[in-house]
Design a protein around this ligand. Structure first.
Ligand code: BGC
Length: 788
């Protein structure tokens, strides 16, 4: 109640007696209060405060300076990062204590209008904190990397992984998690492939939608990234990708289209690179015409960190928020509005989108947070997801291991697991479970001499690690593989039952991988593997290779030396337990490859010019000290023929094809049926899968479509549906159904800028991999169909 108002009222009734006045005040306070409250609010203007229904009014009330602050973030604040490494922030912003220290970014608050600062945090494999000064680090669950998640081919499982991120973001008071990342794995050397899902856009988009649904379920927004064609890390900030419109639509944008339509992501992050001469963050065609007008994206678009060239051009194109934000960007936008090169209405639109995001967040809605995530419970889910995405590549009666086995365990990574990749996709975790621990936890015995030799070596090498620095994000500390003498191997073959060797690889942001000693095995690794094979096979004992890597490695030259090969990827902090779950048979492997394993690197079509051509610096152009990137150019000559679209269409042999993965049981495919032999609005295919082996297991069922090629050339088949069965007991069956709509039949015709399904015969191929097709069925489309 406004006491001033009561006093003014007193003045008007001054002639009344004191007792009357007291009586009147009582009446006002206790009886007439509601009536007077209404009229008071009308007469004394309440300060405007943002709510869900007054966004437009708030936009009107903002000054130009305030509007611009909202569309430029508050800079990067990494406690302990050496001065000068990052562009300077506005000193006033640095004085404001962040709600959650050590996250990747935050936005400006405008207190007078009730607009809070939002907190944004990476990333794909768990909540990522960067605080080099924290006495007690904040831990998050390190879930498996993106490629492993996708290798589950299971949208329920990947949604569960997303839920871990959603829950922990909520527990830490974070508003937006900067994930899912799902650029196409165009080339095996891509440094960030580990964060990404697949070489196939349908699979990538479908998994991204599942992860998004898992995170957003908790009232936390995602940022689907990096839009688009961020398939190379070398010179990533200035790389011009030259790509045909058809390849862009069918391969590099398709996954984003699916994710936008299926999961309504709150935000999207543009990429660093240029596409056909325009920075993606400054491309109106990409952000306004395609993303918003064609696909109906309703959320906010933010830039990748320090991406792009001109903040005003970026805003005008539809990139609403500049992240992490620099003071010079604020000035650029203010100047552009003042000199008329940026319309106020464009700025207002971005501010409105920003406020629409704000009102959905936990911070705005004062959602309480505990800072105490259920790390134990989340780790258990992470372990389950990890074992579901590992891919058994070979098994000559070697797995599962018999329980009482004594294992001779080799390879640094067996004792020091690589849980994930480096950069913003890394996670500060409380512990990691290595394979040696996982095997012991599962009841196996370890050959002790090996164990102590590796442990001592790793300990002494780790002691050489320099003090933690922000640059670790880009330059991970890697320990050289320990050399193993032949005598040790021979002795191990005599006093153990089986050999397991782990091949470890790490990669990360801002750097691509190399062919020698990374994609290919080192000479020392090959020699150890060969000697292991000879020594153990001489004693009739098996050799098992575990690959602990974020991406594809060469396998064709050495796979004959191994009796079993398990692609364990980078399986997160519970990795050792999850690998042991597969090796022991507690979990029957059911992951399948989401990317082709070529026989040799040169078989990959993009190998011809990956990672692009470096161009000279322009006059006056200087190299960034953190990410020294030159101007560069790469042409996507492979066009739509990426991965299996190339290998299968051109009959090029792979080591392991797209979709491949073994199980400890067998499945039979039968009874394929189509709802009709003529395509109208949609068609449904059903198939029955039976577990014909002795062990319970799950099968990933894949539907590929072979489409008529009249005007447009097409790959021999493209993935258009997939499903994972439930855990089928021996002898049990399940019928799976897939529905195809016109969108799935269509290819992009650049001549008419439309998606078109060509008339003719289509073949549905359902199988266990892109080459292991079990059943096919044809249907017919009478007339060309232009699909919106
Ligand atoms: C990465 C993004 C990440 C951002 C914030 C950038 O370097 O490309 O994926 O979300 O940093 O950490």
């Amino acid at each position: 109640m406004d006491l001033d108002f009561l006093n003014r009222l007193d003045f008007h009734i001054i002639k009344l007696s004191l007792s009357n006045i007291i009586l009147m005040k009582k009446c006002l306070l206790f009886i007439c209060l509601p009536f007077f409250s209404l009229s008071v609010a009308a007469q004394t203007k309440e300060p405007l405060q943002l709510n869900k229904t007054n966004i437009k009014q708030v936009v009107k009330a903002l000054t130009l300076d305030e509007k611009v602050k909202l569309v430029v973030g508050m800079g990067m604040h990494i406690p302990g990062a050496s001065a000068g490494l990052l562009p300077p922030n506005d000193p006033e912003d640095d004085k404001i204590t962040p709600k959650v220290p050590g996250t990747s970014g935050r936005t400006h608050a405008i207190d007078r209008l009730g607009i809070p600062s939002l907190t944004l945090s990476d990333g794909p494999a768990g909540i990522h904190f960067m605080d080099l000064t924290a006495a007690k680090p904040k831990y998050a669950t390190a879930i498996p990397i993106g490629t492993l998640l996708a290798s589950t081919w299971d949208t329920i499982m990947t949604k569960k992984a997303g839920e871990i991120l959603g829950r922990e973001a909520k527990d830490y008071g974070i508003d937006i998690v900067l994930t899912p990342a799902f650029n196409i794995q165009r080339n095996p050397l891509g440094g960030r492939n580990f964060e990404y899902y697949s070489e196939d856009p349908f699979l990538s988009g479908t998994i991204a939608a599942a992860v998004t649904n898992g995170i957003q379920k908790y009232g936390i927004g995602v940022s689907v990234k990096h839009f688009a064609a961020n398939n190379t890390e070398t010179n990533r900030m200035k790389l011009n990708t030259i790509v045909s419109e058809r390849a862009l639509r069918e391969i590099y944008l398709k996954g984003f289209e699916i994710a936008v339509k299926k999961s309504n992501p709150w935000t999207l992050m543009t990429s660093y690179n240029l596409i056909n001469g325009t920075y993606t963050s400054e491309s109106k065609n990409l952000l306004t015409d395609i993303l918003r007008k064609e696909w109906g994206f309703k959320g906010l678009v933010m830039s990748d960190w320090f991406a792009g060239q001109n903040a005003a051009t970026s805003l005008k194109a539809g990139n609403d928020l500049q992240m992490p934000g620099r003071p010079d960007q604020v000035q650029t936008i203010i100047n552009a509005v003042k000199n008329g090169s940026l319309a106020m209405s464009d700025l207002d639109e971005s501010v409105e989108r920003f406020l629409n995001l704000v009102v959905k967040t936990g911070t705005f809605n004062n959602v309480p947070y505990s800072n105490k995530p259920d790390l134990k419970g989340n780790a258990a889910v992470s372990r389950t997801v990890a074992s579901e995405g590992m891919v058994l590549l070979k098994n000559d009666h070697a797995l599962p291991l018999s329980k009482s086995s004594t294992v001779a365990l080799f390879g640094n990574a067996s004792y020091d697991i690589i849980a994930g990749g480096t950069g913003s996709g890394d996670v500060v975790k409380k512990y990691t479970v290595s394979l040696d621990e996982g095997l012991v936890n599962s009841g196996f015995k370890l050959q002790q001499n090996n164990k102590s030799a590796y442990e001592n070596y790793i300990k002494s090498e780790k002691a050489k690690k320099p003090a933690p620095s922000f640059m670790d994000v880009f330059n991970p500390f890697v320990i050289k593989e320990m050399e193993v003498k032949n005598e040790i191997i021979t002795a191990s073959a005599a006093n153990s039952d089986v050999a397991i060797i782990t091949i470890g690889r790490i990669s990360g942001e801002s750097k691509d991988r190399k062919v020698a000693d990374d994609f290919n095995l080192t000479d020392a690794e090959k020699q150890t593997l060969k000697t292991l094979s000879e020594s153990f096979h001489a004693k009739n004992k098996k050799v098992i290779v575990v690959i602990n890597a974020g991406g594809v490695i060469e396998t064709a030259s050495w796979n004959q030396w191994a009796d079993a090969i398990l692609m364990a990827w980078q399986p997160g902090m519970e990795g050792g337990n999850a690998i042991a779950d597969i090796l022991s048979g507690k979990v029957n492997p059911s992951g399948k490859l989401t990317t082709s394993f070529p026989v040799s690197y040169i078989d990959v079509p993009s190998s011809k010019n990956f990672p692009g051509k470096q161009l000279p610096l322009k006059e006056g152009e200087i190299l960034d000290p953190v990410m020294p990137t030159y101007p560069a150019e790469i042409t996507y000559d492979d066009d739509i023929y990426v991965g299996y679209r190339h290998f299968n269409t051109n009959n090029i042999k792979t080591a392991y094809e797209f979709g491949f993965g073994l199980s400890y049981t067998q499945f039979e495919y039968s009874d394929i049926k189509l709802s009709s032999s003529e395509f109208k609005d949609k068609i449904t295919a059903t198939i029955t899968i039976k577990n014909t082996g002795k062990t319970a297991g799950k099968e990933v069922v894949q539907l590929y479509l072979n489409a008529p090629s009249v005007k447009l050339k097409k790959p021999s088949e493209e993935l258009k549906g997939f499903a994972k069965t439930k855990l089928l007991q021996a002898g049990e069956s399940q019928t799976i159904s897939f529905t195809l709509t016109p969108g799935e039949l269509a290819s992009y015709d650049s001549n008419i800028s439309s998606w078109i399904a060509e008339a003719g015969n289509y073949t549905i191929q359902i199988g266990a991999s892109s080459l292991n097709i079990k059943k096919t069925k044809q249907f017919h489309l009478a007339k060309d169909l232009v699909v919106k």
